[in-house]
Design a protein around this ligand. Structure first.
Ligand SMILES: O=C(O)CCC(=O)C(=O)O
Ligand SMILES: [Fe+2]
Length: 287
């Protein structure tokens, strides 16, 4: 689909055209692989999300303690939005949802989320093996800075335009479940190799509290190492897809299981949006 098709074709269910800012944000996402939306959340809204995290930790002390890292911070909490209206409010912001609706040419829904107290220090990767659709790329990562990002706190790095690099196709079949980790590491090794070969310089997202940064599913990105031990980089990342799509995971991506229809159950969230039905938030290791 051409750029104009998706702009003109993107009308909401009420038939109204999307706001200009959402259209240009979605165009950036297509062309550059990312879009930076400053000041989507107020400082207070950011603080409330962090308080929701602290409350969750207090209420689930035993589980939370098992995920305290050497830095004294917790590793990521998955899907806090299931129990936090503050988090739901962030992802429901009209500019964010309008941008996603235009990008998908369909209504966006919330699949999963991650709350981070500090940089994930994750190697350069694409999210596609974990979240993908058929047709491709009907997915986005929506990242909110919940405090100003300090250069020494392991900012997010990303490679503009790197979403257009074609890496050899997904293996059709044959990866054993026990080999998925190796397949992913080989794949992200290829992504980093191609980014370097083309000389795409890394960009560092030194963005401000309340800013939102959306990435294309194929944008190479990662969390840089924390240079000043103990520094936090509080953030919340949501993963959204169009309501009509089936989302697949790493097993399908690397051919451990075939692509097959799946039942995707959604439940109402807020502001007329829905979210994937999931059991509860859970802590997980950062890598
Ligand atoms: O915030 C980070 O350090 C990276 C997060 C990330 O890669 C993701 O959520 O997909
Ligand atoms: Fe990622």
């Amino acid at each position: 689909m051409g750029l104009l098709d998706f702009i003109w074709g993107s009308r909401g269910k009420d038939g109204k055209p999307p706001p200009h800012t959402a259209v240009s944000a979605a165009a950036n996402l297509h062309e550059q692989g990312f879009v930076h939306l400053p000041g989507v959340l107020t400082a207070q809204e950011c603080d409330r999300i962090c308080e929701a995290f602290n409350d969750y930790v207090d209420q689930h002390r035993e589980e939370a303690d098992r995920f305290v890292m050497q830095t004294g911070r917790h590793s990521r909490l998955t899907n806090m939005h299931l129990v936090s209206e503050e988090a739901q409010l962030a992802i429901s912001k009209p500019l964010v949802m309008d941008t996603l609706d235009v990008f998908f040419s369909d209504r966006a829904f919330v699949a999963t989320s991650l709350f981070f107290e500090q940089s994930s220090e994750q190697a350069i990767h694409r999210d596609t093996p974990f979240f993908h659709t058929r047709p491709n790329n009907m997915f986005a990562g929506i990242w909110f800075a919940l405090e100003d990002v300090h250069a020494d706190a392991g900012p997010l790095q990303y490679f503009p335009g790197g979403h257009k690099i074609e890496i050899e196709p997904i293996q059709a079949a044959g990866t054993a479940p026990s080999e998925l980790g190796d397949a992913f590491n080989r794949y992200i090794g290829r992504v980093a190799e191609e980014v370097n070969r083309r000389g795409i310089p890394p960009h560092i997202a030194l963005i401000k509290k309340g800013d939102c940064f959306i990435w294309h599913p194929e944008l190479p990105h990662g969390g840089t190492p924390i240079r000043s031990p103990g520094m936090t980089r509080k953030s919340m990342v949501f993963h959204c897809a169009p309501e009509q799509e089936t989302m697949y995971g790493i097993e399908e991506y690397f051919g451990a299981v075939p692509f097959a229809p799946k039942e995707i159950r959604k439940v109402p969230m807020m502001a007329g949006r829905s979210m994937l039905q999931l059991e509860r938030p859970m802590f997980a290791p950062n890598n």
